[in-house]
Design a protein around this ligand. Structure first.
Ligand code: ARG
Length: 406
């Protein structure tokens, strides 16, 4: 793995320090209010944890301990089991995710002791290797240090650990993923020399700890599992040279558990085919491939009513599912996953829980009404633990800001 900084001489390696003692500065009323909020959220979470994990001991004792730690430091430290359960429930509460049937199987890599940007880069690479042994993808999260008053905790700037660069060319068109044109330019401004210029150049990771420029770190090839796309029937499809990465690892969302923010906590499941075939490769502001595929299929693109977009999209999705299957890489399809989601919903109801769900995200982007999730409504409400987007992370992930943020 190659790592470099633009201004190594001027920017000393920032080191994340977990304070043992209270900060030496006086507490302001705002600090007191923040501590009270953390305490309230901690109580709610610990009650949930103990209610669902009856073997975990006396909650009152744990609550006393946590209150003391909050009074001393403004926050508190989860036990390993509180962290594991919190991460799993954050997934269970993710109203946009159709794949939650498997929430209990989430593997949690506790890396709260890794405090340098270099160490975090290494653990991101280890996450990628660990999440897909022999092409079987395992839902996995790696948790890096939490935020503490006055110590912001590490950040991974990329939206996902693996994403493709977007290069704007002289004629205004884009080579690669148009979603990441600004992010790619920002990385170049930070010293990344750029990739070979293919439509699928993997971006380096940008990781910061505290203020100052991020560490840029390229991913070693063996950590980036990719699938080249071919079609079950049309042999010309392979010549298009399309591919996609196998593991979607979201890396700029905050894992929020009981008032504690883990801003760097990359997590992955496996792909549902439509995410690639009906969105990443098809959206007009992404790879926009349906016109090309429609032409190769010999469809009449001169009229909407030939349904050329629809036919092209189906063939693209057939290619995605076929290629992952052939490569032995875990992937689900929208029909199977819709059924699984309704099973999950039923299980949650039986357990006496609300399963929050956002219809506009749960319903697949293709053949919506052919899946059972289309034909009903869901209750949606914000529940914690959860994965949340902080505005500054969203902006950085799209290259719209390059400050350290809040
Ligand atoms: N839709 C995103 C993408 O195409 C990934 C989101 C998470 N997906 C998942 N199957 N866990 O990269």
């Amino acid at each position: 793995m190659l790592t470099w900084r633009r201004s190594r001489r001027h920017a000393p390696d920032p080191v994340h320090v977990v304070p043992e003692a209270p900060p030496a500065v006086a507490r302001t009323p705002a600090d007191e209010r923040a501590a009270a909020d953390v305490e309230a959220a901690a109580e709610d979470y610990l009650r949930l944890f103990h209610a669902e994990n009856p073997g975990a001991g006396d909650p009152r004792e744990r609550l006393r301990e946590v209150r003391q730690e909050i009074a001393r430091t403004g926050t508190y430290t989860h036990t390993p089991s509180e962290l594991v359960f919190g991460a799993r429930v954050a997934w269970r509460n993710s109203g946009r995710c159709i794949g939650r049937l498997y929430w209990r199987s989430l593997r949690v890599r506790d890396r709260r002791y890794v405090t340098t940007a270099e160490g975090i880069a290494v653990e991101c690479v280890n996450h990628l290797r660990d999440a897909a042994p022999a092409r079987r993808i395992r839902p996995t999260i790696t948790v890096f240090p939490q935020e503490r008053p006055g110590v912001p905790g590490p950040r991974i700037w990329n939206e996902q650990l693996i994403r493709y660069a977007g290069y704007r060319t002289a004629d205004g068109s884009v080579v690669g993923d148009p979603r990441y044109v600004a992010f790619t330019e920002m990385l170049r401004g930070l010293g990344w020399p750029g990739g070979p210029g293919s439509p699928f150049d993997v971006l380096p990771l940008a990781i910061s700890v505290g203020e100052g420029p991020p560490l840029l770190s390229t991913l070693p090839g063996d950590a980036v599992l990719e699938v080249a796309l071919s079609h079950p029937v049309h042999s010309w499809f392979e010549e298009l040279g399309l591919r996609w990465h196998a593991v979607p690892v979201i890396s700029n969302m905050c894992l929020e558990i009981g008032g504690v923010c883990y801003r760097a906590a990359p997590f992955n499941g496996w792909y549902m085919g439509t995410e690639i075939g009906a969105r990443n490769l098809a959206d007009t502001d992404r790879y926009d491939l349906t016109p090309l595929i429609a032409r190769r299929l010999g469809l009449n693109t001169g009229t909407d009513r030939s349904l050329w977009r629809d036919y092209a999209m189906v063939e693209l999705n057939a290619a995605v599912l076929h290629s992952f299957e052939r490569a032995g890489v875990t992937m689900t399809d929208h029909h199977t996953e819709s059924r699984h989601f309704l099973m999950h919903l039923e299980r949650e109801e039986k357990a006496g829980r609300v399963c929050p769900a956002d219809w506009s995200w749960i319903v697949p982007p293709m053949s919506a009404s052919a899946t059972p999730v289309f034909h009903r409504y869901y209750e949606d409400r914000r529940m914690t633990p959860n994965f949340v987007h902080h505005p500054d992370s969203l902006e950085r992930g799209l290259g719209r800001s390059c400050g350290p943020g809040s």
